[in-house]
Each structure stands twice: as structure tokens, then as C-alpha cells.
Design a protein around this ligand. Sequence first.
Ligand SMILES: Cc1cc2nc3c(=O)[nH]c(=O)nc-3n(C[C@H](O)[C@H](O)[C@H](O)COP(=O)(O)OP(=O)(O)OC[C@H]3O[C@@H](n4cnc5c(N)ncnc54)[C@H](O)[C@@H]3O)c2cc1C
Length: 490
Amino acid sequence: MSRIDRRSVLKAGGALAATALTGCSTTNPASTKSSAGSLAVAGPDWAGFSRGLDGTLYRPGDTGYAASHQLFNPRFDSVNPAGVVRAASVNDVREAIVFARNNKLVCVPRSGGHSYVGASTIANGLVIDVTALRGITYANNAVQIGAGAKLYDVHVALDRYGRSLPTGTCPTVGVAGLALGGGMGIHTRTYGLTSDRILSMQVVTADGGVRTAGPTQNADLYWALRGGGGGNLGIVTSFRLATIGAGKLGFFRLSWPESKAAAVLQGWQRFAKEAPYTAWANLHVTAESNGTLSIHAVGVSTTGSAAAAAAQLESLAGTKATGRTVTVKTHMEAVRYLGGGSTSPRTGFLAGSDVLRGPLDATTGTALIGVVKAAARAKVAGSAILDPLGGQAAKEPPGGSAWPWRSALGVVQWYAGLPTPPSTAALRAAQNFVSSGHRAIAKTSAGGYVNYVEAGRSVNSYYGANLGRLHAVKQKYDPANFFHTSYTLN
Ligand SMILES: Cc1cc2nc3c(=O)[nH]c(=O)nc-3n(C[C@H](O)[C@H](O)[C@H](O)COP(=O)(O)OP(=O)(O)OC[C@H]3O[C@@H](n4cnc5c(N)ncnc54)[C@H](O)[C@@H]3O)c2cc1C
């Protein structure tokens, strides 16, 4: 019997035999009359749902349930979904959406599981995990990627053809979450964001329809999914992206003493504006456990010659680095260097971001440094990590996709590492660090980067001038606001 035949038979059987049902606390379960005439409450038919899947359903108490809803950040291990569907086919995704809708379950998609706020898990709701949909096929400079693929696997697959993609650095981040929210990394200035390379997507929308979103099909959805953030508009099951060459890359790492922090910050901002498109460098201002600050930049030249880019950054900062390495790396060496290997251990953290509408003036720059210095004194493992935009990312037309920050200078990420499990005091100190960061540079902040989404901040602050158009697309494809959590468009 074919899979489709099997599914239809099971579905028909399930509809007849939907009796022994288990409940789910967030649902408004349908009320049915029992044979005695009293009002009985029927919960979702989890067993029937499970039988109709090509993949696996995990329910509380099942072997594998605990692992099925673990995200990268252990902070969210205590969030217990009513069910996790490990989808094995696009049809499973469709069936899961229909099941969630029929049973009034809140549902969230999950790919790499790196959401900063645990948005890919949901207490008492349904997680639709697409990690098994991870096939990667390359032809004619384009790559078809299943939405469950992780960045390292994408790079390994493309490297065989001498090709690559602009992505972020963490090897275990999912291509789906990264690309839907933008996707910044070492190639941003030369080739744009990950989302800028998307040619088309397959997406299952709230009505259970399987659609193609591309320049000529559902073009409004294509616009919105490129930067509008994961979890808002549907569940993407695959992406088609235009690849780039996987040539050798020149790297530099420069470090300075704390006393040079202000000068280096000003120099880095000029570098972000003035360096050629082929040069990229991010800046790390880090609170060390001994109460001091460390300042370093990691830079790349996509032409392979990093020494000139390093010298330009030093010259703009007006100060020579005290630590300096310059190397050339192959594509895969670079991927492993930036990602710290081929995989990444689960890590506790709390973070947020500010998009820099322009350079920080000297006073605001000093305030930024002061926030990290205060973290060092308070023994908070805090960093301000500044990523440049500009170059090709700025060349895309401002309304060309939902990603709103084309004219920005860069993004500051406020990142605080946390122990597992974090104490209440550690969490409070981390939150205080992130809030102090926001306050310190508020006058230069245009909003936040949706891939660094944070709790307690309106999701609307991630979309700038594109918010109205995004709402219109949401209204068209998800009029009942089916994809709705505290971390979706509101
Ligand atoms: C260690 C680390 C390093 C990072 N480095 C970078 C970096 O260098 N550059 C950068 O730009 N970002 C970076 N990020 C941020 C990262 O891009 C986001 O956290 C991203 O959303 C993660 O995607 P994911 O698929 O792994 O996560 P998930 O938690 O699975 O998903 C993130 C969001 O997308 C939704 N979603 C997941 N799959 C789908 C789907 N198939 N269809 C629709 N919605 C979906 C989820 O519901 C959730 O809301 C990093 C994050 C971490 C934790």
C-alpha cells in the first residue's frame, strides 16, 4: 500500500474510532454528549493523529519526549508541549497544522531550535519539528534545502561543488530560522543576507495549503518570508537559494587593551562605513571574569587578502593592535573556525539587540563600554558584539523584502552567558545587562534584529517601516491569526 493510501485508510478509521481521547490543557475541547446524557469533554484524538503521520508524535510520558522538545538553550527545557510532531513529510506538516487548528492548539514550527526566547517550543501546545526534512540538492548554482537542515550540513554539502552561501556562524543553527529572519555573517557585506539569496520557498500556510512563494507566485508571501521572521506566516518546508563561490578567505584577529576600547569602537564604526564590500569585521567588547574588559575584532576579506583590511581597521582606530593574527582559510576551515567546530554544545544565555541607525557618538560609545564594564564588575558574562551591515546588504532596495534595516550601520548584540540551570539572581543580572545596554544607546537604536528576538519587547519593533505591509500579508495568509504566540507579529 502506498503511503498516501495508507494515510487515507488510517484517517478514515481514525475518524470512526475517535473515542479513547486524551486531554490537553490549552485547548477549548469540543463538548460531546455521553451515552448517559451528561456533558463529556472530548480532547484531541492524539492516537488517530499519530497513526496518520509518516513521522513520529511524542507525547508527555513517551520515550524520547524530553529530547524531542529540547532546544539549544537549556533554559527552555522546562517548557512542556502537549505534543511534538517530528514531521517526515510535507504532508505531516499539513496534517499537524490541520490537527492543531481543529483542536485549538497553539502550534509552533521548529527547525534548528536556536530561538533566543524559546519560540520553537510551546507549553501545552503542538511543536511541528521539521528537522527530518533536511535534504540538500545542488544544481546549476542553486541549492534546494529542506527546512530542517543545519548550517554545518549545508556548508559540507555545498563545499563538494565549490559553492557556499552567506550564513551565520553557529554550525547547529537551522537554515529556516536564520533565513526567515535575515541571516547575518561574514559574507553580509559582499553578498547580502541569507534571505537575500532565497529564490523561492515551499510553505504550508494556516489553511493547510502547500504553496510556492517566489517572485512570480505568492509574491507578497515571498516578500514577507524574507526577513519577516520565523513562526509568523506559515511553516516553510524547503528553500531554494542562489549559491556563491566557496573560495579561500583571508582572516584577521586583532585585540587591544581595555584602555583603547573607545578609540577602537569609533574606528570600527568608520570601518563599517568605509571599508570595501569585500571586507567585514565584527567587534567584541567582553566582560572578563577578572573584572576587566577585552576588545577584539574578527575580520574577513573575501578576496583572500586580510592584511590590508586589518591595517585599515587599525588605522581608522588610530591604534595598533597588541594581538594580531592573519591567516588564509579554505571554505570548510573557515566554517569550522567561525563555528568553533562542526557542532555546538547546548548553551545557556540571554541576549537582545539594537540596530544602529548610524554611528554612536563619543558619549554614547563610552556609555556602551560602560555597560560592559559594569557587567565585568558585577561578574556577569556579558558582551557587546557589533556586526556590520552595509555593502551588498545595503544595496538591496529598502522595501524589496521584509528585512527592514538596509540603511543601518550594524547591529549590537547584548549577550550574557548563563549557567545551567540559571539561578534567579543570574537571570536577573543578565536581564539587567541587556536592558542597560538598550538604555545606553537608545538614541541611536532603530529597533532590534528579529533573529535576536527578546522577551518583553514588542515584536513590532523588529520591522521598522515594513511593519504595515507585513501585517497586510499576515492578514491575507493567516486571517484568524493561527500562528500566534507572544513572539509572533501582533
Ligand atoms: C549560538 C547562536 C549563534 C547564532 N549566530 C547567528 C549568526 O551568526 N547570524 C545570525 O543572523 N543569527 C545568528 N543566530 C540567531 C539565529 O539566526 C536565530 O536564533 C534563528 O532564528 C535560529 O533558527 P533555528 O531554526 O535554529 O531556530 P528555531 O528555534 O527552530 O526557530 C526560530 C524561529 O523560527 C521559527 N521556525 C523554525 N522553523 C521554521 C519553519 N520551517 N518555518 C517557519 N518558521 C520556522 C520558530 O518557530 C522560531 O520562531 C545565532 C543563534 C545562536 C543561538
